[in-house]
Design a protein around this ligand. Structure first.
Ligand code: AMP
Length: 188
């Protein structure tokens, strides 16, 4: 199973991805997690990405496409993967199509987790409180920026994947287990 989870920041992509990992026994590939790990380890990539991630902008398409392509070649991706936070631009979606073609693979579905932006802001503020500010990009100003970036650069992927016949949309404002159930129903 090869899935993409699409949705604004705070919609629950990461939470749902972690549940689906258990159900389908395939890994979650989160470019956000990979970038945060690189920033923490102060690798050359991390040093380049830090300021961009901290202000809520997008890291370059070439960088994230490169890290995803390499990650997909790891043995644990042989039976599939869940892409969480990638692609985020049309250019990334096109590069994903190219890399899958080159590897002889296809996506099974793209799940859009729909969510109300104002409620997302509340959720993120709570997440920042619960984690004691573990993520520098979890504050209201940066979140608003990330939502604008989502609407401008990522939302166009909804029609991109609808045209490919891959889009499945679910209501992300329901309780976690109901969202999981709708995702499973949409992809099976
Ligand atoms: P996330 O954990 O998916 O919310 O990502 C956190 C931050 O990492 C984003 O706000 C971006 O700065 C960066 N990032 C994650 N994934 C991507 C991507 N596919 N393209 C560009 N930047 C990304």
């Amino acid at each position: 199973m090869r899935l993409v989870l699409l949705g604004p920041p705070g919609a629950g992509k990461g939470t749902q991805a972690q549940i689906l990992v258990e159900t389908y026994d395939i890994p979650q590939l989160s470019t956000g997690d990979m970038l945060r790990a690189a920033i923490k380890a102060e690798t050359p990539l991390g040093l380049e990405a830090k300021a961009i991630v901290d202000r809520g902008d997008l890291v370059s398409d070439t960088i994230v496409s490169g890290i995803i392509s390499e990650r997909m070649d790891e043995p644990d991706c042989a039976n599939g993967f869940i892409l969480d936070g990638f692609p985020r631009t049309i250019a990334q979606a096109e590069s994903l199509d190219d890399m899958l073609d080159a590897k002889g693979l296809k996506l099974d579905a793209v799940v859009e987790i729909k969510a109300d932006p104002e409620i997302l802001i509340e959720r993120i503020i709570n997440r920042a409180r619960e984690t004691g500010g573990a993520r520098a990009d979890d504050n209201e100003d940066v979140l608003r920026k990330r939502l604008v970036v989502y609407n401008e650069q990522t939302a166009p992927l909804v029609s991109f994947y609808a045209k490919q016949g891959l889009l499945r949309s679910v209501d992300g404002m329901k309780p976690i287990d109901e969202v999981t159930a709708s995702i499973k129903a949409a992809i099976e």
